[in-house]
Design a protein around this ligand. Structure first.
Ligand SMILES: Nc1ncnc2c1ncn2[C@@H]1O[C@H](COP(=O)(O)OP(=O)(O)OP(=O)(O)O)[C@@H](O)[C@H]1O
Length: 599
């Protein structure tokens, strides 16, 4: 067997080394863009400008669709809004005329505000329903642009803003739009590679796990909708100038489809893919000019081909690192001794206590008046037959379910029912019976997600990659790399999590939970699916965690593991306590033996 271990020094290098290969394709694309004027004519200036403007919008929309997973298909509405706001402010037909560089930031603010209004339904609506609400908004905006003649010129339209020298020539304007596209790329990449970007994909692919690490979905989404709305409105202002004159029918549904499909063919969770997607979709109708009227049809065909031939889109095609085969005989060899270097020793001292906790599902009393105490620095086993209420107990403690009766306290602090993100902030971390790992993210990113709430930088600092954000990133990467060493998986740090074996996912979840330096760690069947050797190593790891002051609540069916490491054991049956005591007491408890352990 190949032991999956490398030295910490090598691993830290691995966390930072990948910057140049990541940047190279972007530098290539922008180098080609800069050279385009020297090898082509004004016709290509127009197409290049259009692609750059579309990308300014798609760069923001990509965070909503590709990262947060919300199907916003009516984003042409925000382009329209930005185009009219900029044009009206520059024309001066409502307020005194403004220079275009003053009008654009105002349009960005209007776009940000409406970005949130369009996005808010995403807090409640998922998938199709949210998509429909964005489409509805697009229709409303077009109707208002048509009807509000005194401001927008109605069906006759309004002149687009003119940019001053040197941006008033075809290539001058092209370079200006490329500069906007470069800034939009930089901002969206900064967000994507920050704790906020990782939190977005965590909410998208493993919402429950994201909440358990303390991530607040509403705040995340509002920040993203503000940014995407602002970028879309700026794109609108640029678009209006490129058009020179705008009417509501310049903002067709085809444009919305283009933006959306560019992201889908680019690949979820990527910046480069959607950027290339936008360029391809802008050029495609031009090189197939006779088919221009069929552009939506062309996009649909392209989408079908890509979805069928390479479901991960362009990004998956370019992901060479994850095409290399992994060694099949990998062994997980945790190094619990390294915990002391990484994990803060739990302040501990305060017990976690449950009194009279009750929760029913319909007529099923899943837990029925449960009293339980988990002490800091101790391992508490929770066992019982299938359906006895063990996972429900973990779900109630971690706030995923709100108990209908009883109280829960951490020391003297009462923990209100529900509120999983609050539990994480109070130092209660957990793993899941079925590992909830983000398959499309790397192993390292998955573990870094566990430390999201430890970051200090605000969203704006992350967007602009300011020093505090860079410090957060270095701290989280180093800590996550260290945690991967503790659980014995650091050699897999850069690998996509969906390529790993089930047992490895279990250890990733433990590493992610440890990122919180938890006072209490709730483990839901961590040994399920592990080999005998792996269970032994897991036992050593759990003991080392509790030795650092963390109280562990261990739900498990492997009786040997429970009896080997637990200081106390509670046995549940039909949601009630059947027995509680030390391993020796439980092993010989008559009712436990007959109801659960067997002869
Ligand atoms: N979301 C839910 N909706 C309806 N019933 C539920 C739900 N969650 C749990 N239950 C029911 O509550 C009872 C306790 O379930 P729970 O999953 O806590 O048991 P468990 O002891 O963890 O079982 P196992 O060892 O099989 O994981 C079961 O009867 C189960 O069917």
């Amino acid at each position: 067997m190949t032991a999956v271990t490398t030295s910490p020094a090598r691993s830290e290098v691995s966390a930072s080394r990948s910057l140049l290969p990541q940047l190279a394709p972007f530098i290539g694309v922008f180098a080609v863009a800069m050279l385009l004027p020297f090898v082509s004519n004004d016709y290509w200036a127009l197409i290049g400008t259009r692609a750059a403007i579309y990308w300014v919008l798609v760069a923001g929309l990509n965070l909503v669709v590709g990262f947060a997973g919300h199907l916003a298909i009516g984003y042409v509405a925000l382009l329209t809004l930005g185009a009219y706001t900029t044009s009206v402010l520059v024309a001066g037909n409502v307020l005194p005329a403004l220079p275009v560089f003053a009008a654009l930031p105002i349009a960005a603010c209007v776009g940000a505000a409406f970005g949130v209004i369009v996005g808010l339904p995403a807090l409640r609506l998922r998938t199709f329903y949210f998509a429909m609400s964005t489409l509805g908004f697009a229709t409303i905006v077009t109707q208002i642009a048509l009807a509000w003649q005194s401001v927008t010129g109605g069906g006759i339209g309004i002149a687009g803003p003119e940019f001053p020298e040197p941006f008033n020539t075809a290539w001058g304007y092209y370079y200006l739009c490329i500069a906007f596209a470069a800034v939009a790329t930089w901002i969206s990449a900064n967000v994507a590679h920050s704790r906020f970007g990782r939190a977005l994909i965590a909410v998208r692919d493993a919402e429950v796990a994201a909440e358990a690490t303390g991530i607040s979905k509403p705040r995340m989404l509002i920040a993203i909708f503000l940014l995407a709305g602002a970028l879309a409105a700026v794109a609108g202002g640029l678009f209006a100038s490129l058009q020179t004159y705008i009417t509501p029918d310049a903002f067709t549904f085809d444009l919305s489809v283009l933006f959306f499909i560019a992201i889908l063919i680019g690949g979820r969770g990527s910046i480069l893919g959607p950027m290339l997607g936008t360029i391809i979709l802008t050029i495609l109708p031009e090189i197939a000019a006779p088919l221009a009227a069929w552009s939506t049809f062309l996009y649909a065909i392209l989408l079908l081909v890509i979805v069928l031939a390479m479901p991960g889109g362009i990004a998956a095609l370019l992901d060479f690192r994850n095409r290399r085969p992994l060694a099949s005989n990998r062994a997980i060899v945790p190094r619990p001794a390294a915990l002391g270097d990484i994990m803060r020793k739990s302040a501990g001292g305060r017990p976690l206590s449950l009194r009279g906790i009750a929760l029913s599902f319909g007529n099923v009393r899943a837990i029925d008046g449960l009293d339980l105490d988990v002490a800091p620095g101790r391992i508490h086993g929770l066992i019982g037959p299938n359906g006895s209420g063990k996972t429900t107990t973990l779900n109630v403690i971690s706030g995923y379910y709100a108990a209908k009766g009883g109280t829960m306290k951490l020391g003297d602090d009462v923990l209100p029912p529900g509120m999983p993100a609050l539990r994480a902030r109070k130092g209660i971390a957990r793993t899941f019976q079925t590992p909830r790992v983000i398959g499309e993210a790397s192993v390292l990113q998955n573990v870094m997600i566990g430390g999201t709430i430890e970051g200090q930088a605000t969203f704006v600092e992350a967007m602009l990659s300011l020093p505090r954000n860079r410090r957060d990133e270095r701290m989280l990467a180093a800590k996550a790399q260290g945690m991967l060493g503790v659980v014995g998986l650091e050699a897999l740090a850069d690998i996509r999590a969906d390529r790993l074996q089930h047992s490895e996912l279990r250890f990733i979840e433990i590493a992610r939970a440890l990122m919180l330096d938890p006072d209490f760690l709730l483990l839901d069947e961590p040994a399920a699916g592990l080999s005998g050797d792996e269970i032994e190593r897991l036992a050593g790891l759990i003991k080392a965690i509790s030795a650092r002051g963390t109280g562990v609540l261990l739900v498990e069916h492997h009786a040997d593991l429970i009896f080997a490491i637990c200081d106390e054991i509670t046995v549940l049956n039909l949601g009630r306590i059947l027995a509680a005591g030390t391993a020796a007491e439980i092993r010989t408890h008559k009712e436990v033996v007959s109801a659960y352990l067997g002869a």
